[in-house]
Design a protein around this ligand. Structure first.
Ligand code: NAD
Length: 709
């Protein structure tokens, strides 16, 4: 079956793209060859005066080039050839000698947008499903089928850089405002409008465009202005990537090169840079994470034949504090559920509802939802101190104080007020779910749903299952978590679950470093250089020192000496230094803004002013503490696969995605190298670094976590 079907009427060829056997359209090698032949035919056919390109898929125009093909590339030469072939195809649109109109509904991304940019005219639907963008840099590559050339020529350098360098995807309305799209229409008239435009173009009409408005033109046409734009963008990119992500800078250079030396030279530059990036480690890791996230979206969360998830329409959140209110807000905003927020205390309910509504207001302000949506969603949110509505609740998420007795009372009460099919979830960060489940008559309905703060921003959800949790309960919690927009990993009920378990020794090590006299600034800087978004000391302040002390105690109890907390942290909490929330932690905060390091905190901790620890050891101690614990945890089957572990670390802690995750990183260093380093650290800094037995076994057998690279 061909992927393209062409039909000619009144001199206009309607070309419908419908890739067989796939839910989306993408540009594969076969698609490219077929389209090339088709374009040749259309060019030669004298009856045809113009072409309309439209998709046969419901929600996709063209989602991009086939990522699988680009992953299979073995060397630069192959990569360059692949992308040059793409350029030839896309140039063919431009050189057809007949106008081509792209009729865009649904995702128009990457190579799909590059094709649309080479068309003569673009009509898009104003549907929320229609999005246009060049996400390539997010995969560590650059738009190399002319995207770095045609977008700046169409909408101006500044607007184009804004999209390309961040790998942005824009809703159709925004794309229209920027001039990426010529006309915005209701889906019902897309085809009609596109063929009208094709006819007008065939008759010689040309749209007038101004390449990014007057300001854009002034800057773009003036070499001096352009130089300023590029040098500012370059500085921003360097600051943002910390030198760890080469793609945005390469894209910037490709844009600059093309504007200076012309389209052909620009395309040549694009293909060379693409080739170099496509076979590099950064891109390899970013693509692995992309594939892992995509696979997780389809993973039901249980092994073998998965039962159907239960419908979740009514959700109750018990505990309207910091976490509960945010969970309620997101369950409404993203989950679209009817949410009842309950607390023991009336003021807390009122505060909680206000906080939950704030999440909706923020969405409205950012124009992510319409006023109508805002009102509709706000109406789904209610609260109280009673049990109203609990009888029809499908899922209860508990977020009361972190205290086992309180949770037991709350769970008993909940069980008395809900239907037998209702799922009972806890958002506890440290208490074993199995222990919470002891309070109820039917522990098979109990599960953990561990959200991260701030709930509306953090992408990860750990779903924690005990030996007794029913499979239906797991698949339902996983599915609802996904509906809330989260990347969900299923974790075995064990102390610290996955994320806090591997985070604890890392944060603890930061404390040890302070006690060894290493400066706060050095510790945080070294980890930011490694690629974390914030350093561990700043992170401790964010988490809250009280929360952290409590979590450490649990892990210490569970795992013994290697997790022994650093002396002195308790003194800080007694002194009222809880981190950002109290305005004082290791850093000082004024009006919510982080100011400098608070030296008096270091006195409380008993930290000396000088250190003998070299910077390289700072990095090593922190990172290897985390790697070692990740290895131990996977040996304990805390996560179901290395994939889940790496995704948890990247999305839950901010482990640098360009390194692929802690387990990938161990594989790349090699288990023997990791074991040797840990042995060295043990000798110099103590037994907490003793290599995990699994690493020693792997070193011996030259084994890896991932069977292939
Ligand atoms: P919080 O103190 O802000 O909120 C707790 C709320 O529970 C309060 O409003 C309190 O009035 C209410 N409450 C207490 N007893 C109750 C009862 N018997 N019935 C109904 N409501 C009751 O606490 P938080 O930071 O939102 O934490 C809540 C849970 O989330 C804890 O289990 C915590 O470990 C977990 N958690 C917290 C974070 C975080 O960053 N704060 C992250 C992940 C998980």
């Amino acid at each position: 079956m061909p992927s393209f079907v062409a039909a000619v009427q009144d001199g206009i060829a309607r070309v419908e793209f419908n890739l067989e056997g796939e839910s989306i359209n993408k540009i594969t090698r076969d698609v490219r060859l077929e389209l090339e032949r088709l374009l040749d035919k259309l060019q030669a056919d004298a009856r045809i005066r113009a072409v309309v390109l439209i998709s046969g898929k419901p929600d996709t125009f063209i989602a991009g080039a086939d990522i699988e093909e680009f992953v299979a590339l073995e060397n630069r030469d192959q990569a360059r050839k692949l992308v040059q072939a793409g350029q030839v195809l896309i140039n063919q649109f431009e050189d057809l000698g007949k106008p081509v109109v792209a009729a865009i509904h649904g995702a128009c991304l990457g190579g799909g947008l590059e094709a649309a940019l080479a068309c003569t005219y673009r009509v898009a639907t104003d549907d929320p499903k229609t999005n246009l963008g060049l996400p390539e840099v997010q995969l560590g590559i650059i738009p190399a089928a002319g995207g770095c050339q045609r977008l700046p020529r169409l909408i101006g350098v500044r607007a184009a850089l804004d999209i390309i360098l961040a790998g942005k995807t824009l809703p159709a309305k925004r794309a229209f405002k920027l001039g990426m799209v010529d006309e915005l229409v209701h889906p019902a008239i897309l085809e009609e409008v596109a063929s009208q435009a094709a006819k007008r173009l065939a008759d010689g009409w040309r749209p007038s465009r101004n390449g990014g408005g007057v300001a854009g033109l002034l800057l773009d046409k003036n070499p001096l202005g352009r130089r300023v734009v590029f040098s500012q963008a370059k500085k921003q990119v360097e600051k943002k990537t910390g030198g760890n992500y080469p793609a945005p800078l390469a894209a910037l250079e490709a844009v600059e090169h093309g504007l200076r030396y012309g389209l052909d030279a620009g395309l040549d530059h694009e293909s060379a840079r693409f080739a170099e990036l496509a076979v590099g480690d950064v891109s390899k890791h970013l693509v692995q994470i992309f594939f892992a996230t995509t696979a997780l979206k389809k993973d039901p969360g249980v092994a073998g034949a998965a039962p159907e998830p239960r419908p979740v329409n009514n959700v109750a959140v018990v505990g309207a504090g910091f976490m509960g209110s945010a969970i309620a807000g997101v369950a409404v905003q993203r989950g679209g559920a009817d949410v009842r927020l309950r607390d023991a205390n009336v003021e807390a309910v009122a505060r909680g509802l206000t906080a939950a509504r704030k999440i909706l207001q923020h969405q409205l302000k950012r124009r992510r939802i319409t006023k109508y949506d805002f009102q509709r969603l706000s109406a789904l949110l209610s609260g109280g101190v009673d049990w109203a509505g609990f009888g029809r609740t499908d899922l209860v998420i508990e977020a009361v104080f972190e205290d086992l007795d309180v949770k037991h009372t709350v769970f008993r009460d909940i069980e008395d007020h809900v239907a037998p099919s209702c799922i009972l979830a806890s958002n506890t960060s440290t208490i074993p779910i199995g222990r919470i489940a002891q309070a109820v008559r039917d522990p098979s309905r109990v599960i953990g749903m561990h959200f991260f703060s701030p709930v509306e921003k953090m992408p990860l959800l750990e779903v924690i299952v005990t030996g007794e949790t029913a499979a239906t309960v797991t698949v339902t919690a996983v599915q609802f978590g996904r509906r809330m927009g989260k990347t969900v990993i299923v974790v075995r009920d064990s102390p610290g679950f996955w994320v806090n378990r591997i985070l604890a020794p890392y944060l603890n090590e930061a404390g040890h470093l302070l006690r060894d006299g290493v400066a706060v600034e050095t510790i945080d800087r070294e980890m930011r250089t490694f690629g974390f978004p914030v350093g561990p000391i700043a992170l401790l302040d964010e988490i809250g020192l009280d929360v952290s002390v409590k979590a450490s105690a649990v892990l210490h109890e569970a795992f013994g000496e290697r997790m022994a907390p650093v002396a002195g942290l308790g003194k800080m909490t007694k002194d009222g230094r809880l981190g950002r929330k109290s305005g004082r932690g290791f850093y000082r905060y004024e009006k919510g803004k982080k100011k400098g390091v608070d030296r008096t905190a270091l006195d409380l901790l008993g930290a000396p002013a000088e250190t003998a620890v070299p910077d390289a050891d700072v990095t090593r101690r922190l990172i290897f503490a985390m790697l070692n614990e990740a290895a131990r945890a996977i040996d304990d089957d805390v996560v179901r696969s290395p994939r889940d572990g790496d995704i948890g670390a990247v999305f839950g802690i901010g482990f640098p995605p360009f390194r692929g995750g802690p387990l990938r990183y161990i594989d790349e260093l090699g288990a023997s190298q990791v074991t040797a380093r840990l042995a060295e650290l043990t000798e110099r800094y103590g037994d907490r670094f003793a290599p995990a037995p699994i690493l020693e076994r792997m070193a011996e057998a030259s084994d890896r976590f991932y069977p292939t690279g």
